[in-house]
Design a protein around this ligand. Structure first.
Ligand code: HEM
Length: 497
């Protein structure tokens, strides 16, 4: 029913929507655990590119409209509290709804994650990559399969914590890669569906003491620990901020950057700062790990792509035992295509993202089949200010309208058709796009080059005789969980088959 209303032509898509319609979303996301995305896709197939999906929100499936919704600073776009409240971190830049306040907070974060700053980070990332290769070797020797999803989550977490907070939990060195953070992230994402619908649940959780929260929800213990650590750490940096020789100022963190920014004093209070730190670590862990896992799985599963990649990597890494500069790796066409394909297929961020145009009226032109002589019928929808508008990157990335044979890993497509770049939106676009995009790309280029192209000085390769097998859960035939196992020698692969 909701969709028939949305299909109505005219300028008031949201005026007659009973509140109980959010029960529809509740059913698919809470009862059926995160399935609304697939229902939304099916409804678009049935009703066309614009539908209302809950009492207030209009979802659009048309990649050519993406830059209208996710646009630059001159067009005001608020976020929607229905989405941001679930984070429980409403003072962070990520969950700041108001456009202008977000511009200010984001302005303080941008310099720390600039391309130039991230380039300087290469030696620190390489340190973590050496830890990763050491662990890969452990698994190779023991013959145990390596869970790449866990290894990459540990890697991404170590890197982002080290950079943003100046400390890490060294999860890569833990025998089991300490999966607690990954598990908390996944549990948090699931819980988010419920909290979106019943936000008071989060308020109740927040007033409970931390140990009580852990008892009620043990899988979240890792987030609570991060929470406590970050709060303590920020408070120390803040109180010693005018003493350059203090130990807490020996390594720059994202908090130092914010404290040195032009933000007004009340914006620099530890009670707000810790939230930006917490969001950065959460946002920078599972997303990057998902893309790395996706790429690793497909390269090992389809060796013809791996061979091509290795040939290209050999031209820059050959025999030196040294990784090339990031800038050099970024110029490699096939490696770049592999990374784009991994980002396209992976579901690091699978949720829809809402934007509210506060001042502008947007006009969306929908095309439906059924016109005379096989032509389409055009309908214009006027979207007045204030409506939460959303699109879902994953549904664009997996759509045959934009990508031929969309579920096939085929890096070559990016080399053959440059116009596809327009439809690649893993980091979203516009004012609210990912602030960590440069760090994410640095991790992707350096990790894939290391894992598949690096040779130790003694001539051993990181990737001799790898094989891959996936254990994945299917939801509606599409969603893959990153639960990939990698076998590191032929014997282990043979045993597994
Ligand atoms: C492949 C890896 C990554 C993907 C696909 C990704 C994707 C995204 C997307 C789609 C958004 C927009 C969310 C929204 O509209 O609500 C976002 C925001 C954000 N990301 Fe990433 N991200 C990745 C890696 C990282 C990394 C490594 C960091 C660490 C610095 C990071 C930090 C953030 C932060 C702090 C925001 C909020 C920015 C703001 O609201 O101004 N992300 N990310």
């Amino acid at each position: 029913m909701v969709f028939l209303l949305a299909k109505t032509e005219g300028d008031s898509l949201v005026d007659f929507s009973p509140k109980w319609l959010s029960l529809y979303e509740f059913y698919y996301d809470v009862i059926k655990a995160g399935q609304y995305i697939w229902k939304i896709r099916q409804l678009h197939d049935q009703y066309g590119p614009i539908i209302r999906i809950n009492p207030e929100e209009v979802h659009i499936q048309d990649a050519n409209f993406y830059d209208e919704v996710y646009t630059g600073a001159t067009h005001k776009r608020n976020k929607w509290s229905f989405f941001t409240n679930q984070s429980g971190l409403t003072s962070s830049a990520f969950a700041t709804n108001d456009h202008d306040l977000h511009r200010m907070r984001r302005g303080a974060l941008n310099p720390y994650f600039s391309k130039q700053k991230v380039r300087q980070l290469q030696p620190r990332i390489e340190k973590s990559l050496k830890n990763l290769l050491g662990r890969v070797d452990d698994f190779r020797i023991s013959g145990e399969p390596l869970m790449v999803g866990l290894a990459y989550a540990a890697l991404a977490n170590d890197i982002v914590m080290d950079y943003a907070l100046g400390r890490s939990e060294n999860r890569l060195l833990a025998p089991d890669f300490d999966p607690s953070f990954k598990e908390a992230g996944e549990a948090g994402a699931k819980l988010g569906h419920l909290v979106k619908q019943l936000p008071w649940l989060l308020q109740i959780m927040k007033i409970l003491p931390d140990n009580m929260q852990v008892i009620l929800n043990p899988v979240m213990a890792s987030f609570i620990k991060l929470n406590q650590d970050v709060i303590r750490h920020v408070a120390r940096i803040y109180s010693h901020r005018h003493d350059p020789h203090n130990q807490y100022n020996s390594q720059t963190t994202v908090f130092h950057e914010i404290l040195q920014s032009d933000l007004p004093e009340h914006e620099k209070m530890p009670t707000r700062l810790w939230q930006d730190g917490q969001v950065t670590v959460i946002a920078g862990t599972l997303t990057t790990a998902a893309a790395l896992s996706e790429i690793t799985f497909h390269l090992l599963d389809q060796p013809m792509h791996l061979r091509k990649l290795k040939t290209e990597l050999d031209t820059v890494t050959s025999g030196s035992g040294q990784l090339p500069e990031m800038a050099k790796l970024e110029q490699l066409p096939y490696l770049t295509a592999v990374i784009k394909e991994g980002l396209r297929l992976s579901s690091g961020i699978s949720t829809r993202l809402q934007r509210i145009a506060t001042e502008e009226t947007l006009v969306f032109t929908a095309r439906y089949p059924g016109g005379i002589d096989g032509n389409t019928i055009e309908k214009k929808y006027t979207l007045r200010p204030g409506i939460p508008l959303s699109m879902t990157g994953l549904l664009i990335h997996h759509s045959p309208t934009y990508f031929e044979d969309p579920m096939t890993f085929w890096p070559q497509r990016w080399l053959e058709d440059k116009s596809l770049d327009k439809y690649l939106v893993p980091f979203s676009r516009g004012t609210r796009s990912c602030v960590g995009i440069n760090l994410a790309y640095a991790e992707l280029y350096l990790t894939i080059a290391t894992v598949f192209g690096f040779r130790f000085k003694d001539g051993r390769k990181g990737t001799a005789d790898w094989g891959a097998r996936s254990h994945f859960t299917k939801a509606d035939g599409y969603l893959k969980m990153d639960f990939y196992q990698v076998y590191l020698d032929s014997a282990a692969t043979a045993r597994a088959k």
